[in-house]
Write a protein that binds this ligand. Structure first.
Ligand SMILES: [Zn+2]
Length: 431
């Protein structure tokens, strides 16, 4: 079975990779000189493209933020004339104007090839039937996967979203082997299939993305749908879906280092972090024509994994563990609420409802985690309570490298959130 779409690029040795990255970085920096925003940014920072001698010199250049793209609405970040732009997408802005992204013909081809790498990497190809159950409109997810799948010769069903019963009939009637959708839609699909008495025998592979999902969700979806589930990370400003993708090891996501220059930074200070340190993902795409970006802050939290991968494709990112705007600093240590949630989910004796309080006591940051006890794993004995509390403290310490106070509370006693949960209360600013 073919497992590489572009083996040479996917397995470049570090020396050749760095040389290629440097060459492409210089070209990208030159290409953004036609963008007024970047001319001003570089002037203000006192940097010029000619200063770049090594990849590390990129750190002298300022970041590009989401707000900058909004301020450039609609076409302020295009580095080519409009007649070279063959397609426009927008990203869903929850507030204010959306962000516009543009593509040249070459961009569309590059993007399809990167998706083709992802899909070939997990062993799907010409013999597979692919149902693409995501929005085909202004959202990049639909067309992005569509053209990548066609490129590798899959049979593509552009079913888009909605009408779940019809989706299930198509999976059955067309012998669909591979689906792409959000994990929450996959869950819904599995429930409707169950109601309809459909077993979806033909399904083998599920590609899930566009929202964060846990390993628990992975197991549930795999059991319910009979698929092997792969995580796909995308961001429209960097083409769209498939920026990073799991290989069959399913232990971290590959990002194509010849096409995306990756940095992990401390979101508060902007300083670059080492491999194995968690922080905000910053990407400089190296192969974009219409809308090249320099040091784009994704706001997503991950880290570069220190070890390589058995498949031979270079350094991976861990799965996205949250948004950098949620980061807390407790006694100098970076903590993300998603890490706390992750630890608690592993401990059957407690539920998944929790609250975090941060106080300053005798000039020291103190973190208290309140979590609901899970009745079915609790005997009611005081000794058992102490045992569970000790276990939670230890597990939190192992992951966060931070001492915390843990309070076990009655099931149902913590607040429930309908919208975005506010689980962290930072009281350090209060008197
Ligand atoms: Zn791999």
């Amino acid at each position: 079975m073919r497992m590489f779409w572009d083996k040479k690029m996917e397995t470049l040795n570090p020396a050749d990779l760095h040389a290629l990255q440097l060459k492409r970085l210089k070209k990208t920096l030159h290409s953004v000189e036609s963008v007024e925003f970047y001319r001003k940014q570089f002037d203000n920072a006192g940097v010029a493209v000619s200063d770049v001698k090594t990849l590390d010199d990129l750190q002298k250049f300022p970041f590009t933020k989401k707000q900058d793209l909004r301020d450039g609405y609609p076409f302020g970040f295009f580095a080519v004339p409009m007649r070279k732009i063959v397609r426009i997408h927008t990203t869903s802005g929850t507030t204010g104007k959306p962000t516009v992204v543009g593509y040249t013909r070459k961009d569309l081809d590059t993007w399809a090839n990167l998706i083709a790498r992802n899909m070939t990497m997990i062993g799907i190809g010409q013999d597979d039937v692919f149902q693409n159950m995501v929005n085909y409109g202004m959202f990049t997810g639909g067309l992005g996967f569509h053209y990548g799948a066609e490129k590798i010769g899959m049979t593509v069903i552009p079913s888009a979203t909605g009408n779940t019963r019809r989706q299930i009939e198509m999976i059955r009637d067309f012998g669909v082997t591979t689906i792409h959708c959000t994990p929450s839609y996959a869950m819904h699909l599995s429930e409707v299939a169950e109601e309809m008495g459909e077993t979806l025998e033909s399904l083998k592979t599920g590609i899930f993305g566009a929202e964060p999902w846990s390993d628990n969700m992975r197991h549930t979806l795999e059991n319910r749908l009979g698929v092997t589930a792969y995580d796909s990370y995308g961001i429209s400003e960097l083409f769209g879906p498939g920026v990073a993708f799991e290989c069959p090891e399913r232990d971290g996501l590959h990002i194509w280092h010849d096409s995306y220059l990756v940095e992990i930074i401390n979101p508060k200070t902007g300083e670059r972090l080492s491999d194995g340190e968690r922080g905000e993902l910053v990407v400089t795409p190296l192969v974009k024509e219409a809308m090249p970006l320099i040091r784009y802050r994704t706001g997503d939290v991950t880290m570069l994994m220190e070890d390589g991968c058995l498949c031979g494709r270079g350094k991976k990112l861990t799965r996205i563990s949250g948004r950098s705007d949620d980061m807390l600093i407790i006694r100098g240590i970076n903590v993300f609420p998603s890490q706390i949630e992750h630890v608690l989910l592993r401990i059957p004796e407690v539920g998944n409802q929790f609250m975090v309080y941060i106080d300053k006591i005798n000039h020291l940051d103190e973190m208290t985690v309140e979590v609901e006890i899970n009745r079915s794993h609790f005997s009611g004995e005081l000794a058992d309570l102490a045992r569970i509390q000790k276990k939670v403290v230890k597990e939190l310490h192992d992951t966060l490298e931070l001492r915390t106070t843990v309070k076990l509370v009655e099931p149902g006693s913590l607040p429930r959130f309908e919208g975005k949960a506010k689980r962290v209360i930072d009281r350090r600013g209060d008197i």
